[in-house]
Design a protein around this ligand. Structure first.
Ligand code: SF4
Ligand code: SF4
Length: 455
């Protein structure tokens, strides 16, 4: 990844056409030029030319971004807006350092074996004091404003037992250390599972279900024990040294495991394993080759199930009367609506799907999760309007500017409500947390599930 001072040519590619304004979730809410990619690039350009200082206002504007990637996808000149904005954040952190709370959390995630057990045991003890039970099924409400949390927010409770501490999961550590069975025609596909922080600390049930589905699909799941946070939170906040250290530790953990594929149930982690590690470590030819070899094995769990393992669920796939991935609504138009579950046979649940930015834009995966939902028993799939609109969580925005982050979620909540769905499924624990909070805040009674929960 290039430092900001080497991105002047990239900045000069911007012709100020403004296409990025119409697709930017932060601009849509704030309506101010500096909230759009074009405005941010103009500010960064002025900063590099010495026309403005690195003031609080400058920093506020470069943080007003979910790093959703819509501007980069939509830019007719192919400007790497995300590369420029993240480089500007990294330059600011290098000069000024990180806020203490964020720095402590990132260091804890970097060295989970040493600090994490104590920190999280303490956090799980005091969460009852700081947070109270909500009326909704999953989540606690913060009693008052907390650093990085904010008051009145629906917060996912820490799991009673973390995914990587579960005896059934620890039993899979050994598989990751051992050699695979001698090759034969019937040898199962060996899949190393990457949990990520969302699954490990907040939603271990998603990880357990993922392992179960991998087995049901005929694979042999293994779990490398020394995996840690993927580094995306550190990268988004501009702490590149921490993100690089995390990438190297994970690279070593998965290199030590002889597997055919690496999979994850988290869109953000999958994007990190496939793309971010290369951006962070690609400066070194030796590391670059190792990262590329690892990234070639990485598949999102929906991608692996559909494209590699041919998983079709218990029930036969839905007849091809509706194929939402054909003519996919990139710019917001909706495909023809499906009938509601009730109309198509009694007790079926209607499920809509939210595209995580890190799966849809960063990995190009849209068809596979929909295919799995359509093949799930007791389910009718219904596309929502703006399925690929950002949920508002990313880029660290939910911690640096919660009000803006949750305002972005409102549009998504309206789309989910208008779809008439009973359940909104997605493929990212982070999006699940944000959607639950947004639906709760706006009084919309729709359950949030991971795609694997439906299978
Ligand atoms: S769409 Fe691209 S070229 Fe146009 S203003 Fe935005 S970043 Fe610049
Ligand atoms: S990455 Fe998303 S939120 Fe950030 S400027 Fe681009 S479109 Fe806007």
């Amino acid at each position: 990844m290039k430092p900001l001072t080497e991105l002047k040519d990239e900045l000069n590619k911007c012709v100020r056409c403004g296409t990025c304004r119409s697709i930017c979730p932060t601009f849509r809410v704030i309506g101010r030029e500096s909230a759009s990619a074009r405005g941010k690039l103009a500010l960064i350009d002025a900063y590099l030319k010495g026309e403005i200082a690195s003031s609080e206002t400058y920093l506020k504007h470069i943080k007003e971004c979910t790093l959703c990637g819509a501007c980069r996808d939509g830019c007719p000149n192919g400007v790497d807006t995300i590369g420029i904005i993240t480089a500007a954040r990294a330059e600011a952190v290098q000069r000024q350092g990180m806020p203490y709370a964020a720095s402590f959390i990132l260091k804890t995630l970097l060295d989970p074996g040493r600090i994490m057990p104590v920190a999280l045991k303490f956090a799980s003890r005091i969460q009852g004091l700081l947070l109270k039970d909500s009326t909704v099924e999953v989540g606690l409400l913060s009693r008052f404003s907390l650093p990085l949390v904010g008051g009145g927010r629906l917060v996912p409770p820490l799991a009673r037992q973390f995914f990587l501490d579960m005896p059934d999961i620890k039993a899979l550590f050994e598989g990751a250390r051992s050699k695979p069975a001698v090759s034969s025609a019937t040898k199962p596909v060996r899949v190393a599972f990457y949990a990520g922080c969302g699954v490990n600390y907040l939603m271990p049930e998603v990880g357990v279900k993922s392992i179960e589905i991998l087995r049901r699909a005929g694979a042999e799941p293994v779990v490398p024990s020394s995996q840690i946070c993927c580094g995306m939170p550190a990268f988004s906040m501009g702490d590149l040294p921490t993100a690089k250290s995390m990438a190297i530790k994970n690279l070593e953990a998965f290199e030590a495991c002889e597997c055919d594929y690496i999979t994850t149930s988290c869109a953000t982690c999958g994007h990190a394993l496939k793309n971010l590690f290369g951006d962070l470590l690609g400066f070194d030819p030796e590391l670059d080759a190792r990262v590329k070899a690892m990234a070639a094995k990485v598949r999102d769990i929906t991608e692996l199930l559909v494209n590699v393992l041919g998983y079709e669920g218990k029930s036969p796939p839905a007849p091809p009367v509706h194929a939402p991935w054909r003519g996919y609504p990139e710019r917001g138009e909706s495909p023809p609506p499906l009938s509601k579950g009730e109309e198509s046979g009694g007790v079926k649940k209607t499920v809509t799907y939210h595209d995580p930015c890190h799966l849809n834009r960063a990995q190009g995966i849209r068809r596979e999760p929909r295919r799995l939902i359509e093949s799930a028993p007791g389910v009718v799939f219904k596309e929502m309007k703006f399925p690929c609109g950002c949920c508002g969580l990313g880029g660290g925005l939910s911690t640096t500017n919660y009000d803006l982050s949750i305002s972005i979620t409102k549009r998504k909540v309206d789309s989910i409500k208008a779809s008439g769905a009973d359940i909104v499924a997605t493929a990212c624990p982070g999006c699940m947390v944000q959607l639950r909070d947004g639906l709760h805040k706006h009084g919309v009674d729709v359950k949030v599930a991971h795609v694997v929960d439906l299978l």
